[in-house]
Design a protein around this ligand. Structure first.
Ligand SMILES: Nc1nc2c(ncn2[C@@H]2O[C@H](COP(=O)(O)OP(=O)(O)OP(=O)(O)O)[C@@H](O)[C@H]2O)c(=O)[nH]1
Ligand SMILES: [Mg+2]
Length: 429
């Protein structure tokens, strides 16, 4: 993602009074000493760009500006340059110290408002003076996103980064959150994909489920063809095809059977894995799946299902996934299920979250769930990956996605030697 074209990065302007800690804030959040900081006001004399990758959100670039309120000779010019930065800002951080909020900050906040640039206020240097509730209340009329921070406090860094990310997920423009391709990059115009769709008791009457419909639509939009077949007709279909398909996509529940019948040179994956990428972050989910090998007897696992359907006999989330994971690991776990909108607030007691494809969630909500898991330090994977892992075919179904496959294999390498700390997350990230 570091190679993402600049235009696709979310541009984050960092403004505020000189010496408020703008450059320190950028360094603190990105973890890299790029912007020069110093106690001399007016240190940053030009706009310093710092590209970073904000998982699960995507690529961003911080635009660290020269401080406002600079009384040195060149200050006026610098201020103009800094203001010009707002022409390309998708979002603005206004860095202030406690109780130093004045005309200058109000002007900057108003400028953001006039230009419809979403604003996040960072109250920095809380180690010197923690903000009073009166002060915070005063700022609320400018933004509901107010984040206190001290860039000297290494212990709180993770928490501050999470708060920043949560605000970004909430405020980023919708086109930035527009999803990566579903299958359009895997099947080119004129290409052909085979879709394996079991019609069992869980299949709704008279229709197909959303991931299947959306995948067919994506193929049509690309100008590719799709053949849809039940699992028991797959082998015959393959034999009768002229040539080989560009991709085979199956329902996760028949993934073992699909892989058995698919020659190794044909790229193959599952609907759920396509959705892990489309709605969230496939590499992160792949790393989460690698952590299944580190689970220990009695660990708590959360199954999270975005839609609330009536649980059926042999339900995928409630029965099949727990059974397959326990068979694969040879261990027993404590399983909880949440469904619909009620993603639990308190997820810290879990060692792993297995999320559905999220076809009923928008990307913003899925990303925010992923971020919550990261904040609580719980690895997260998805149905398709967990099932493929349990059936020992995960590398095969990840092979169309080289980044995610690398992420999985690297993570797996780190797992050899077993769990090192009490919590799985520590070993994961
Ligand atoms: N105590 C304390 N000092 C801080 C904090 N953040 C930054 N500083 C210090 O404040 C001074 C200014 O920090 P910079 O990051 O250079 O501030 P800036 O806003 O980029 O300044 P200009 O580029 O000159 O406008 C430096 O001496 C920092 O070490 C903090 O959270 N707490
Ligand atoms: Mg600076």
């Amino acid at each position: 993602m570091i190679t993402s074209p600049k235009a696709l990065r979310l541009h984050l302007a960092v403004t505020g009074r000189t010496n408020s800690g703008k450059s320190s804030f950028v360094n603190y959040i990105t973890g890299q000493e790029v912007s020069i900081t110093s106690p001399v006001p007016g240190t940053t004399t030009d706009v310093v760009e710092k590209a970073a990758e904000f998982l699960p959100l995507g690529p961003v670039v911080f635009l660290d500006t020269a401080g406002s309120g600079d009384t040195s000779e060149l200050g006026g010019d610098r201020m103009k340059k800094s203001r010009r930065v707002l022409d390309r800002a998708d979002l603005m951080f206004l860095v202030t110290e406690t109780e130093t909020w004045g005309t200058l900050e109000e002007e900057l906040a108003r400028e953001a408002q006039n230009r419809s640039i979403p604003l996040i206020i960072i109250i920095n240097k809380t180690d010197i003076t923690p903000p009073s509730s009166v002060f915070i209340d005063r700022l609320k009329k400018f933004s509901k996103h107010i984040i206190p921070c001290s860039t000297l406090d290494e212990k709180s860094r993770g928490q501050t980064i999470s708060s920043v990310k949560n605000s970004l997920i909430e405020m980023a423009p919708p086109d930035y959150l527009s999803p990566p391709p579903l299958a359009e990059d895997l099947v080119k115009p004129g290409g052909h994909a085979v879709l394996i769709v079991p019609i069992d008791i869980q299949a709704p009457k008279g229709r197909l489920i959303l991931p299947q419909v959306q995948t067919i639509r994506a193929l049509l939009d690309t100008g590719a063809a799709g053949s849809v077949v039940k699992e028991d007709g797959y082998s015959d279909l393959l034999n009768n095809l002229n040539g080989t398909p560009d991709l085979v996509i199956c329902d996760s529940q028949v993934v073992d059977q699909m892989i058995e019948q698919t020659p190794p040179q044909i790229p193959a994956t599952t609907f759920s894995i396509l959705f892990a990428r489309y709605k969230g972050d496939l590499s992160l989910a792949a790393r989460g799946a690698a952590r299944i090998d580190l689970l220990e007897e009695g660990d708590k696992i959360l199954i999270s299902e975005a839609c609330s359907h009536h649980p059926m006999e042999d339900d995928i989330g409630r029965v099949k996934i727990p059974r397959w994971i326990e068979e694969y690991t040879g261990k027993k776990f404590v399983w909880d299920v949440c469904s619909g909108r009620d993603y639990p607030e308190d997820i810290q007691s879990y060692q792993l979250i297995i999320h559905c494809g999220g076809c009923m969630l928008n990307r913003r909500e899925m990303l925010s769930r992923i971020e919550k898991a990261r904040e609580a330090q719980v690895p997260l994977t998805n149905y398709g990956l967990a099932i493929s892992k349990a059936h020992r075919v995960i590398e095969r179904v990840l092979s169309p996605f080289s980044d995610a496959l690398d992420a999985y294999q690297n993570c797996l390498r780190e797992t050899t030697g077993g769990r090192k700390s009490g919590r799985l997350f520590q070993d994961t990230y």
